[in-house]
Write a protein that binds this ligand. Structure first.
Ligand code: R1P
Ligand code: GUN
Length: 309
């Protein structure tokens, strides 16, 4: 794995990004429809992924394909780097590519990483628009069809072979999220806590899969994030995840029975059926757009407080 092209990527960045921006304190990964998180940055320099060796191309609508460097907050400002677009395994990227930008951020000196994503709610108490501060994840290899970004030869003998993940989600950063919500005067239920289930996608869940994931203890489900968290932990970063609930995963109490319907129809007493609810990526992006401002303010506030530690 030592063939990863860090030297080339880092020298391109050193050539294109002014020195004052090149040592970012915080990294941010933008989820589907959440690229506007970068709009609070000033003195922005954007480097398209296609200029960076080792980076793939983000092909999903709602994801750009560049790294934005800039300053945030009052005074001189805090240097931050924003991934405008991530890579998902379902796009055909190997896991090593999915997490390569995270490893580059680590080599730029990023110690605190804020990952965002769009997710479907499995927990019926989580309304669309809620931001869930992730406290744990569920990524069972057979569910994802993928293994683990730290599977295979180790990138460095300094990294642990058996990476513990019981403390994957930084308590320090999660506390800052709730303090930021309080400072911004967000409603009590605007920010919740929960467990993220990682699935490969790109199909959304069947009702049986939704029920299974809920019964396994997950609150929200999505197709990203977990590989990034694992790689970031291997790189020694503190990580937090803000997951925006963009839709509810429909878990009916019982299945519609065609057998019963035909029987009732033949007996002249047809049963009314509610239409099946489905989710679309357009819906996911629309909620991202609606909540962009709140997410942006939350992230900016967290960054200002991270940087003072
Ligand atoms: O996790 P992000 O990249 O926010 O995107 C989420 O939204 C897409 C599905 O609508 C999937 O890619 C899912 O993972
Ligand atoms: N797997 C999955 N990913 C999502 N991303 C946004 N909504 C969803 C969802 O319902 N399921």
């Amino acid at each position: 794995m030592s063939e990863l092209p860090f030297a080339s990527t880092l020298s391109t960045l050193a050539r294109l990004v002014p020195a004052k921006l090149l040592k970012p304190r915080v990294g941010i990964v933008c989820g589907s429809g959440l690229s506007t998180l970068a709009s609070s940055l000033r003195d922005v320099v954007e480097v398209p992924y296609n200029q960076l060796e080792g980076f793939g191309k983000s092909t999903v609508v709602g994801h750009k394909s560049s790294l934005a460097f800039g300053l945030i907050g009052p005074g001189e400002g805090i240097p931050v780097v924003v991934m405008l677009g991530r890579f998902h395994p379902y796009e055909g990227h190997p896991l090593s590519t999915v997490v390569y930008p995270i490893r580059v951020l680590a080599r730029l000196g990023v110690k605190n990483l804020i990952i965002t994503n769009a997710s479907g709610a499995l927990n019926p108490n989580l309304a669309v628009g809620t931001i869930v501060v992730i406290q744990d994840h569920l990524a069972i290899p057979n569910l994802t069809g993928h293994l683990n970004p730290v599977f295979g030869p180790q990138l460095s003998p300094d990294y642990p072979r058996f990476l513990p993940l019981s403390d994957a989600y930084s308590v320090k950063l999660r506390r800052l999220a709730f303090l930021a919500a309080n400072k911004l005067g967000l409603a009590e239920d605007a920010l919740a806590e929960g467990v993220y289930a990682w699935v490969s996608g790109p199909t959304y869940e069947t009702p049986a899969e939704g029920r299974f994931l809920r019964s396994a203890g997950a609150d929200v489900v999505g197709m990203s994030t977990v590989p990034e968290v694992v790689a970031a932990r291997e790189e020694g970063m503190e990580v937090m995840v803000l997951s925006l609930v963009t839709n509810a995963v429909v878990i009916p109490e019982s299945y519609r029975s065609i057998k019963a319907e035909i029987k009732a129809e033949l007996a002249g007493k047809p049963i009314e059926q509610a239409p099946v609810q489905t989710v679309s990526h357009d819906e996911v992006l629309a909620v991202g757009k609606q909540k962009a401002e709140v997410m942006k303010n939350l992230v900016a506030n967290i960054i200002e407080n991270v940087s003072s530690d």
